[in-house]
Ligand binder design. Structure first.
Ligand code: UT7
Length: 385
């Protein structure tokens, strides 16, 4: 029997901070309204140069350093995201390339704010069935690119960032012990993000736009999502801890999706436990969708909220509608990685980018020698015609 242990974790947030006061100069809102309704004070915003993939890479590199795992040993990369740069190539493939993880399978997972827990569940099962020996699970988002910055109902909520964990197979009991994944597509319209300019039948005219969406920005029915979230968090946690043969008293810490402190407080009441048993960092990062749980996990570890042998629960909820939870026994202490070794790892990522460029040049050269036009040349020729 293999157990899937979390042996590394890392997060990354962009430098730029957007405060509630900054937002109050952009839309009709205030620090007081945002803080009392959501618990958020500030969030991070990606720079022009940063993408979901670069944030994901930074988080994954930190997690691999912590796990002392060389990228060439990685066997699976899952990126949970709602803000990929491309439908394909997947963000996971870009991360694979940036890391130089030459033996890894890689794919993106779309389950909105529940995506990280869905990914953790998929990866842990792949390890438990010995289909892979290890996996990197990443939640990464650049939500700032898909917000309507004039819609005060949504733009005040979200932020950018990434978090990652490394899972590794071990015969030591523990690690990811149980998962529950759920969905309810009938509530898809309550929280949505159209993939492209959403006009499926242009010849029929704009009245045929799906759900009336005219742009690819987040749309949300806040009150309904709030109600849904408070209903599913407690039931999902109870179901998963029962599967792991545990009770709520056995759980040291719950790391929930960071959407709103009021949601968490309501869930804590339903579970009859103090809200302090839930870790919260939403004040500092806002709602980073799929990235929120792994970022919160890293902060919780940093704050000393997790000790060896603690049982920790992750619980996510969001668009789809989707919700999910996992119970993890936190019982593998990662090795300390020395600074020179960490620096050496960084140098390897630069080498990985160099190798990736070389491969691209070689493909171009082969195209030239074979006489077949490059995609760029094909587009140029098509334009000329
Ligand atoms: O990660 C996915 C999960 N998403 C969530 O968990 C979001 C869940 N929903 C929520 O967190 C809350 O519903 C919100 C924070 C989005 C909104 O809080 P609310 O207490 O549900 O407010 P509301 O939508 O009921 O709006 C109350 C009032 C309205 O004004 P009227 O109609 O009462 O005059 C809104 O127009 O607050 C107004 N309002 C605002 N006022 C100042 C809405 N947004 C703002 C704003 N600043 N940013």
């Amino acid at each position: 029997m293999k157990y899937a242990h979390i042996v590394g974790w890392g997060s990354f947030r962009p430098d730029k901070i957007l405060t509630n006061n900054d937002l109050s100069r952009m839309v009709d809102t205030s620090d007081e309204w945002i803080y009392t309704r959501t618990g958020i004070r500030e969030r991070r915003i990606a720079s022009e140069k940063e993408t979901t993939a670069t944030l994901a890479f930074e988080a994954a590199a930190r997690a691999l350093e912590r796990a002392d795992l060389h990228p060439s040993q990685v066997e699976l990369i899952i990126v949970a995201t709602s803000t990929p740069e491309y439908i394909f190539p997947s963000t996971a493939c870009r991360v694979q390339d940036y890391l130089g993880a030459t033996r890894a399978g890689a794919f993106d997972l779309s389950a909105a704010c529940s995506g990280f827990v869905y990914g953790l569940s998929m990866a842990s099962q792949a390890i438990q069935t010995e289909s892979v020996r290890n996996a990197v699970v990443i939640g990464a988002e650049t939500m700032s690119r898909v917000l309507d910055w004039q819609d005060r109902g949504t733009c005040i909520l979200f932020g950018d960032g990434a978090g990652a964990v490394v899972l590794k197979g071990s015969s030591i009991p523990g690690g990811v012990m149980a998962n529950t994944l759920r969905s309810d597509g009938s509530g898809g319209n309550l929280l949505s993000l159209p993939a492209v300019y959403h006009n499926p039948m242009p010849m029929l005219g704009p009245e045929y736009l799906h759900n009336g969406h005219k742009k690819n920005t987040v749309e949300m029915n806040g009150r309904q999502v709030f109600r849904f979230a408070t209903q599913v968090i407690a039931s999902s946690i109870e179901e998963t801890i029962a599967k792991a043969d545990l009770t709520i008293d056995d759980i040291a810490l719950i790391v929930p999706h960071q959407a709103n402190t009021r949601i968490i407080e309501t869930a804590a009441k339903r579970l009859k436990i103090p809200a302090e048993r839930f870790y919260m960092n939403v004040h500092a990062v806002g709602n980073t969708s799929a990235a929120s749980i792994p970022i919160a996990l890293c902060d919780a570890v940093h704050d000393g909220r997790l000790r060896p042998d603690d049982n920790v629960v992750f619980v996510g909820f969001g668009g789809g509608l989707t919700w999910a939870s996992s119970v993890v026994k936190w019982n593998v202490t990662p090795p300390e990685v020395s600074l020179p070794r960490r620096e050496w790892r960084r140098a390897r990522y630069i080498a990985a980018r160099g190798r990736s460029k070389l491969k691209k040049w070689r493909r171009k050269l082969i195209d030239r020698v074979a006489g077949s036009p490059t995609p760029h040349a094909r587009m140029r020729d098509a334009d000329r015609k």
